[in-house]
Write a protein that binds this ligand. Structure first.
Ligand code: ARG
Length: 416
């Protein structure tokens, strides 16, 4: 398989998943006379990593790296997402988009170590992921060359569909896993599972009920709710307590995985949306993000409790910017470094505990407390006067009314 004969074109680090596409790409790259080093990031996806490693070596990879990136993914990528409460187009919690820069960073480390000139991946030519991978790699390893087979005519004209890939696999002794024909495309990691394409392409068709893997259907979720207490410091979750069963988690990864488990069991975090891809087309996607949904909700609650009103307005604007930067693969851009820095700064006083209940697919906030909240019970009370003079409110309203009166005066004038 291509080791001898023509001279080697160089070393390529391939993002290898163990699946059909990247297995064919691995063999194909070898046939094009590249030395292939496999790289597989563990970001919490459902994968037999030992099996994938063996398979890559069997197919002729010179080396295969499996790197556990889960802690880094949680603390360096998901936590900034929580601090921002970042939602792309108001709904998507960015589970795939947040993982890509983490994968790209670790992949670049391997490329540097192996002195590789090329980086390759199996992302399609229509999606966001090619952009995110490649922008990450270009940013961290300027001058690197990208081999994206799904954008090379000599590859995509030869492999027009799954059938061609399977045929090629059979001809090249690539072991086929028993996965059933693909009904939709999946991207999973510890933050979420996303589903798109295939049967989901018609946006009017309801997703099949057995597609969902991380969350129970709301109607099948337990009849008794579970109560949680989530503690934040600087906008980041530091402790989760299942108050009902007295379970405590403080390690970031464990805490996150635990929330996935309880959230999933109670059917929290399913959405079905249409979104705008960076590349210009709209796409329909289904997502399950149990822990994310709980944390985003809890964070919003403790944030508003502890943050100044005008600061919050600026921060919310930054969060919208941040969501676009992340979605568009701009994690390593100057503007995203800036938004992350500012959002992190905004979170200095975001500290306290939120009490919640999960029940049949919903997250209900039950209460909150904080040692440094800006909520002043005395000031807001209907029963106590506090440090506030009601007479002042009259002037405050009149000053605000000035503008409104001027506005209506001009409107009346235009009518005449
Ligand atoms: N649309 C999502 C995003 O751009 C998910 C993309 C990957 N999902 C997939 N099922 N292949 O972040």
């Amino acid at each position: 398989m291509g080791d001898s004969g023509d001279s080697c074109k160089g070393t390529v680090v391939l993002a290898y998943s163990g699946g059909l596409d990247t297995s064919c790409i691995l063999v194909w790259l070898k046939q094009q006379n590249y030395d292939v080093v496999g790289f597989l990031a563990n970001v919490g996806q459902d994968c037999d990593f030992v099996d994938a490693e063996k398979k890559a070596l069997l197919l002729g990879a010179k080396k295969m790296y499996v790197v556990d990136c889960r802690n880094e993914f949680v603390t360096n990528h998901i936590w900034p997402g929580v601090q921002a409460s970042a939602k792309y187009e108001n709904r998507y919690l960015l589970g795939t988009a947040l993982a890509r820069p983490c994968i790209a960073r670790n992949m670049v480390e391997i490329a540097k170590k192996e002195n590789a000139q090329f980086i390759s991946h199996g992302a399609t030519g229509k999606g966001n992921d090619q952009i995110r991978f490649e922008l990450g790699c270009y940013a961290l390893l300027p001058g690197v060359k990208i081999l994206a087979p799904w954008r090379l005519p000599e590859f995509y004209l030869r492999f027009k569909g799954r059938k061609d890939l399977i045929e090629y696999a059979e001809q090249n002794q690539i072991p086929l896993s028993r996965s059933k024909s693909k009904l939709w495309s999946i991207d999973d990691n510890l933050m979420h599972i996303s589903y798109e394409s295939g049967m989901l392409e018609n946006p009017a068709t309801e997703a099949e009920s057995d597609m969902w893997q991380m969350t129970a259907a709301a109607e099948k979720a337990p009849d008794t709710p579970v109560k949680l207490a989530i503690t934040f410091d600087k906008g980041v979750p530091t402790k989760v307590v299942n108050v009902t069963e007295n379970i405590v988690k403080t390690d970031p990864l464990e805490l996150y995985m635990y929330l996935n488990k309880v959230g999933g069991a109670h059917g929290v975090g399913r959405i079905d949306i249409v979104e705008n891809r960076f590349i210009g087309m709209k796409s329909r996607g289904c997502y399950e993000t149990p822990a994310g949904t709980i944390l985003w909700e809890a964070h919003d609650d403790i944030e508003i409790f502890t943050m100044d009103k005008e600061l919050l307005k600026i921060k919310q604007g930054l969060a919208v910017q941040f969501s676009h930067q992340v979605y568009n693969g701009m994690w390593y851009s100057p503007e995203c470094e800036f938004t992350r820095f500012c959002i992190d700064k905004s979170q200095e006083n975001v500290k306290g505990t939120v009490y919640l209940k999960l029940y049949k697919g919903s997250v209900y906030v039950l209460g909150r407390e904080s040692p440094i909240s800006l909520y002043n019970e005395e000031l807001v009370s209907m029963d106590v006067q506090g440090d506030y003079d009601p007479i002042d409110a009259g002037g405050f309203i009149k000053c605000n009314a000035l503008r409104l009166q001027e506005h209506s005066r001009i409107k009346r004038k235009h009518k005449d």
